[in-house]
Design a protein around this ligand. Structure first.
Ligand SMILES: [Zn+2]
Ligand SMILES: [Zn+2]
Length: 236
C-alpha cells in the first residue's frame, strides 16, 4: 500500500479552506477518496470498547468483558483519518463526511440481528441541546435515522436528556453519577422490540452505559449498542 490512512499530517489547516481534500491521503477531489474508503471498509472489524481487542468474526461482542448489551458493534478505532472525520462532522458540520461515516456504520452493523426488521428500533443517544444549536445539526440523530432507513428499521427518540447540561464533575465518580442521571425514557417501551442504542464515540463509556441502564430499567430486554469509534488500544 502506497499510503497510510493513519497519516493525517499532510492535511491540516488547508482542509478548513478546501474541504475536498481526502482526509486519508491528501488527494484532491473528495473528503475521503475511493481508495482510502475501500481500504478502511475492507479492514473494518468489530472491536471491544472496553478492552479494545478485536472481536472474533461472527461474535456479537467481546467474550471477556462485561457490557450491558446483547450485542455491541464498533466501526473502528478512533484514530487517523476516521478521528479527524468524526471531529469535523461533529464540530464543524462538514456534511460531505456524513456519507463516509454512514458507510462505515452500514459495514459495522449486520443486516441480520436475528429478529424481524419491524421489531428493531434505532435510538440515538440524545445530544445536549446547546451543542445541537451551536453545531447546527444533531449528528447522532441523523446517523440513526439514516441507518434505520437503510435497513427498514424504525428510528425513535426514545431517550431524552433529563438535565440538559454539560458534564462538569471533576472526579470520575462525579461524572459517572451525573451521567447516570442524564437520561430518561420519553417513549413507551415495547419489550418485544430490539432497541439499538447509537452514539458516535466511546470515550469513558459513561454516557452509553448510563443510557443503557435507563432503558433497561424502563423495561428494554434486548438492547444492542453501536458506536462509530472507540479509543485505540493502549500498547500500539
Ligand atoms: Zn485518500
Ligand atoms: Zn473486551
Amino acid at each position: 500500500m502506497g499510503f497510510d490512512v493513519k497519516n493525517t499530517t499532510k492535511v491540516g489547516l488547508l482542509d478548513l479552506f478546501c474541504p475536498h481534500i481526502c482526509r486519508g491521503c491528501g488527494a484532491l477531489g473528495s473528503v475521503f477518496c475511493e481508495c482510502c474508503k475501500k481500504y478502511m471498509l475492507e479492514r473494518q472489524q468489530n472491536v471491544c470498547p472496553i478492552c479494545k481487542q478485536k472481536v472474533e468474526k461472527g461474535e456479537e461482542k467481546c467474550r471477556e468483558c462485561e457490557i450491558p448489551f446483547r450485542r455491541f458493534y464498533v466501526g473502528s478505532y478512533r484514530e487517523g483519518a476516521l478521528a479527524k472525520m468524526i471531529r469535523e462532522y461533529k464540530y464543524q458540520s462538514v456534511r460531505a463526511i456524513e456519507q463516509v461515516l454512514l458507510e462505515l456504520l452500514f459495514k459495522a452493523v449486520p443486516e441480520d440481528l436475528g429478529v424481524e426488521a419491524e421489531r428493531i428500533v434505532v435510538v440515538p443517544l440524545p445530544t445536549i441541546g446547546k451543542h445541537v444549536r451551536q453545531r447546527g445539526l444533531d449528528h447522532t440523530k441523523i446517523l440513526a435515522k439514516k441507518l434505520a432507513k437503510r435497513r427498514g428499521w424504525q428510528c425513535e427518540m426514545v431517550l431524552e436528556r433529563a438535565a440538559d447540561t454539560v458534564q462538569v464533575g471533576t472526579s470520575a465518580a462525579e461524572r459517572a453519577k451525573q451521567a447516570e442521571q442524564a437520561y430518561r425514557v420519553a417513549r413507551k417501551i415495547d419489550v418485544e422490540k430490539t432497541y439499538l442504542l447509537l452514539d458516535d464515540v466511546w470515550t469513558t463509556g459513561a454516557s452509553m452505559l448510563a443510557a443503557a441502564k435507563t432503558m433497561q430499567e424502563a423495561g428494554v430486554e434486548n438492547l444492542v449498542g453501536v458506536i462509530l469509534a472507540t479509543g485505540k488500544p493502549l500498547e500500539e
